[in-house]
Design a protein around this ligand. Structure first.
Ligand code: SF4
Ligand code: SF4
Length: 300
């Protein structure tokens, strides 16, 4: 990859939940976190991956003979892929007429991405524009910076949807090109955070304070997951932290929806399934957040 190239897994046009107005959302591939509840598990790995849809498969066996690594076989009338042998070459995906196999993730240039973003410029108005999401867009800081720069040069609003986990210096540099951060706060207890996401929440909290000091516009995103971060103590601690900052007035609550479960299975990854929050739990959480004076909404 050269400086102005990045690895992405999707571009979604006419997005209305990824920041203000109508947006084009670019999903960066690769994330330093490995959240147990991730709704975009195809965004975790920093490499392209093979995704398989068994329900679309016609059992024609074309992929078995096509695979140069003998990674595919049939067992109990099902097509089985040995992930350890698969080199993600894409030969089987090209041969499969049922679209039951797909390589997720491709390297794209900033020009290609901007061509997509520019297509909907007339719909953006004052508020809409580009949202960088993922995965973790800040994990590809050079590519992200190039895209944000191009947007700013051409007057397109920029939003970055982030876990906040990155080197402080790099974030500070990129922040000058970001109009709005959608900033995840998952849980306040450092040990629980490390257990459930694989990383410490210390740099995430320090980076949030830094962005606030810089006067950046920030909306907190709180994924509500029963038995993980739904306690009154966790939500109160989060609200107290954010109340101590100067510029943050809104918290978006994202109720866990099991959206990543099927995708993780198609990637051959282990899956953890949590209960969805009940209406009562969601209502109590929203009321608790509001009691701290925040504007609160569900989703987006
Ligand atoms: S080529 Fe596609 S449809 Fe045919 S067996 Fe393989 S996965 Fe199934
Ligand atoms: S991507 Fe390539 S190596 Fe992997 S299963 Fe398909 S043909 Fe085989």
């Amino acid at each position: 990859m050269n400086m102005a190239e990045g690895l992405i897994f999707d571009i979604k046009r006419y997005a209305i939940h990824d920041g203000p107005g109508i947006r084009t959302t670019v999903f960066f591939k690769g994330c330093p976190l490995s959240c147990w509840w991730c709704h975009n598990p195809e965004g975790q790995s920093f490499s392209p991956e093979l995704m398989v849809w068994p329900d679309r498969c016609l059992k024609c066996r074309t992929c078995i003979s096509a695979c140069p690594n003998s990674a595919i076989s049939i067992s109990n009338s099902s097509i089985v892929t040995e992930r350890g042998k698969c080199e993600v070459c894409g030969v089987c995906t090209a041969k499969c007429s049922a679209n039951a196999r797909e390589i997720v993730g491709k390297i794209v240039s900033a020009e290609e991405v901007m061509a997509e973003v520019e297509k909907d410029r007339e719909f953006y108005g004052e508020s809409g524009g580009l949202t960088a999401s993922g995965g973790e867009p800040l994990a590809q800081p050079v590519f992200l910076h190039v895209l944000l720069n191009r947007c700013k040069e051409t007057g397109i609003h920029t939003t970055v949807d982030t876990s906040g986990y990155m080197e402080r210096k790099t974030l500070a540099k990129i922040s000058s090109k970001v109009d709005l951060f959608l900033y995840d706060l998952k849980m306040m207890d450092p040990k629980k955070h490390k257990l459930h996401t694989g990383v410490s929440n210390k740099p995430i909290i320090e980076n949030l304070k830094m962005l606030d000091k810089l006067g950046k516009q920030i909306i907190i995103r709180f994924p509500l997951i029963p038995s993980v971060n739904s306690t009154k103590a966790n939500i109160s601690t989060m609200c107290e932290l954010v109340s101590g900052l100067r510029n943050i007035r809104r918290i978006s609550v994202l109720p866990y929806r099991q959206l990543g479960v099927d995708k993780a299975k198609r990637l051959g990854k282990g899956v953890r399934i949590f209960a969805k929050p009940s209406d009562r739990m969601l209502d109590q959480s929203l009321r608790l957040i509001k009691s701290y004076g925040f504007a609160v909404n569900v989703g987006g």
